[in-house]
Design a protein around this ligand. Sequence first.
Ligand SMILES: Cc1ncc(COP(=O)(O)O)c(C=O)c1O
Length: 401
Amino acid sequence: MLLYAKSPILHSKNEFERNYIMSIYLDNAATSYPKPDCVLEAMSYYFKDIGANSGRSAHKQAQEASRLVFEAREGIAKLIGAKDSSRIIFTSNATEGLNTAILGSLEKGNRVITTSMEHNSVMRPLRFLEKNRGIKVDVIKCSEKGILNLDDIKKKITKDTKLIVATTASNVVGTLLPIQNIARIAKEYNILFLVDAAQTIGSIPIDVEESQIDMLAFSGHKGLLGPQGTGCLYIKEDIKLTPLKFGGTGSKSEFETQPDFLPDKYESGTPNLIGITGLGASVKFILDKGVENIREKEKKLTEYLLQELQKIKKVIIYGTQDSQKQTAVVSINIKDMESSDVGDILDRDYEIGVRCGLHCAPIAHQTIGTFPSGTVRISLGYFNTEADIDYLLRAIRKIIQ
Ligand SMILES: Cc1ncc(COP(=O)(O)O)c(C=O)c1O
């Protein structure tokens, strides 16, 4: 893999030497690495051999670009159980999808219910609307382990509640939220339900039809193993949002007003074609492997990591400490050490990449009691192995010594 050739600066010679820049990558909750070869090949094919815009011109290269986009959309629809792939909107990341859904659905006087495990990609647009559009945000406080009590949601519902927004899993401690049960409550009270699946897409199965999810936003570059600059928003039929952007779509060009059909209504401007092509390939890779199998593999690795961390005295582990109830994200601290110092040593002395601090989710850290210092977040991915975990554990033991 030529693209991942060793860097003379970042790569020191040691027994763990590998063929990519960071020896042990444990930051998959931020973005996944490495990507399957088929992703690189697809992107290279688009860039070298196609290069044209999609949905606009009629020449052969443009037709091929449109086909690549269509196939990627179909793959995503299959992955999330959406019957109609035109309800999948390509975005630049999960944040854009969440913003489209939140800013596009709420009006003055509306109330929205969310949880205390959310990422700032949910909290910031909500706080913006609270300040500038007169909406009210009701936050349900989860337990110290990140567990949500469903009764607390029911208690907060009022006649003005228009939307419930919840993450499928915390990006800080990995705790899974009871999405299907929340969806049932939302249905019962006729409230829109927006799900942030950034942390579980590609590694935990989801079916938007079966779970009656109204809107589902997610990244393409995390569990889906696609390139950065990709994400999606699924919007159920009959849900009308005000678009975030207006402009050229290649359709209905005779009108100066935005087309009202999907996906064009929410996809103005030239799309990220190289990214979408890569995402199409990564989704195919995931469908071939099977999301259940990916989940099983990550669950086993998480179980092993948790079990071994529990044996190290000075390590504090946050969250459920139960691989059935969480993703492959494990947050820890070492007693009497700053999380940022631990991260620096892991990087500098052991070439292990983790993320420290608040992980763009200050409210989640307030919930688990680690605000403002944060935690050391170890996030495993599909390509990690038990050997990676063993090496990390040895490094942690050495740091403690
Ligand atoms: C739970 C959650 N939501 C949203 C996001 C934002 O994702 P993106 O970077 O694709 O916008 C993240 C990213 O870490 C996340 O963990």
